[in-house]
Design a protein around this ligand. Structure first.
Ligand code: SF4
Length: 362
């Protein structure tokens, strides 16, 4: 099948995140899900989860299914559901917590069930930084051990890192650490103030540009892929670096919340992403296909001309558009300007000047 492109945005998501549970044994300081110790009584049942996976095959292009949480290992039907998704020919990735539940036998079972990729979180280049995030001493070493075990079982590995004020100085050190871990992809996530992350300081807008430069430099050096999550303005940065008109570079697709991305919560609520908590429907009452294709918010999020503030006039909006989750978290408006972008679009500067001098647009 031809690669997924922007032409697929209106009809099919590239990735569907299914939050299997909010239960988790960790209490990470920046947890989106505000994870709890116990499973919620209204979680989708095994049968409902199977029906959800079946419905994903009704999209014109079947998405990648990412099983997340909480900690998916808190669900006893985890292996059964992965095998079910594979029987439907869905590609499946898993994002577990680094706890003692991830045993060597459990990793072997994931491989046997047909899992395509596993992602682990590393939020610092050393144990004090990472363990401080996870609030569990030994979490850094445990994560490195799990990564080694996954390699031993032939499971491709992705590493996720959340950037905050506490660790953004460690980007280069993190990149070098990952170079020795034989990973496929480094996903660098920029904090959204939601869930427990509300109390966490995000970096200053100018520091995004510093991190973007470091990531770009590392991209030229490392063999693994590097992508950002909830920082689409990295695409603006790369486009300017390339010296061309606003365009995507490399293998970028240009996804954003609700634009190639959909999130189904542990109780079936449908959101444009896990960081944009605007309820757009509820599975199984609502079809995930119908919500993705037709819900007004999903449609607005895919329309660059629906954006407001400086993002609404920015020449980079078709490939960037800013983080819709961060705009919502900071302003309450999912279509407002990205609050953490330093770029001043030409149209915005001129428009602001006209408004200041009360001159009509010509
Ligand atoms: S102003 Fe908005 S659309 Fe333009 S680069 Fe910044 S975040 Fe992206």
């Amino acid at each position: 099948m031809a690669p997924y492109t922007e032409h697929d945005f209106p009809t099919s998501p590239l990735i569907v995140f299914y939050e299997m549970t909010r239960a988790c044994n960790l209490l990470c300081v920046h947890c989106r899900a505000d994870a709890q110790r116990q499973r919620h009584p209204d979680e989708l049942t095994t049968q409902q989860a199977k029906e959800l996976f079946q419905q994903l095959n009704d999209f014109p292009r079947a998405p990648l299914l990412v099983l997340t949480g909480g900690d998916p290992f808190k669900r006893p039907d985890l292996f059964q559901l992965i095998a079910w998704a594979r029987s439907l020919n869905l590609d499946v990735a898993l994002s577990p917590s680094a706890t003692p539940l991830v045993t060597d036998q459990a990793i072997a079972n994931l491989k046997r069930a047909g899992l395509h990729r596993i992602s682990m979180s590393l939020d610092g280049a050393d144990a004090p930084t990472h363990d401080g995030f996870r609030r569990v001493p030994g979490s850094f070493q445990r994560t490195l051990h799990i990564i080694a075990q996954c390699h031993a079982h032939g499971l491709p590995m992705q590493v996720n890192t959340t950037i905050t004020r506490h660790n953004f100085q460690q980007v280069d050190a993190m990149a070098e650490l990952l170079a020795g871990l034989d990973i496929l992809l480094w996903s660098v996530f920029f904090l959204i103030p939601t869930g427990r992350a509300l109390a966490q300081p995000r970096i200053d807008p100018a520091d995004y540009e510093v991190v973007f430069e470091k990531l770009w430099q590392q991209t030229t050096r490392q063999t693994y892929g590097i992508k950002t999550t909830e920082a689409p303005h990295y695409r603006r940065y790369l486009s300017i670096k390339s010296g061309a008109a606003p365009r995507l570079t490399g293998r970028q697709v240009g996804t954003n919340d609700g634009k190639g991305v959909m999130f189904v919560s542990h109780v079936g609520e449908i959101f444009p992403s896990g960081f944009l908590p605007i309820h757009c429907g509820r599975f199984p009452r609502d079809s995930v296909v119908d919500v993705y294709q037709n819900h007004p918010l999903f449609r607005d999020l895919r329309n660059p001309d629906a954006l407001r503030g400086k993002c609404g006039v920015c020449e980079f909006r078709p490939i960037c558009g800013g983080s819709r989750s961060r705009a919502y978290a900071v302003s309450g408006d999912p279509l407002a300007a990205e609050p953490d972008c330093v770029y001043l679009p030409q149209g915005w500067t001129e428009g602001a000047a006209r408004a200041e001098h009360h001159q009509p647009a010509v």
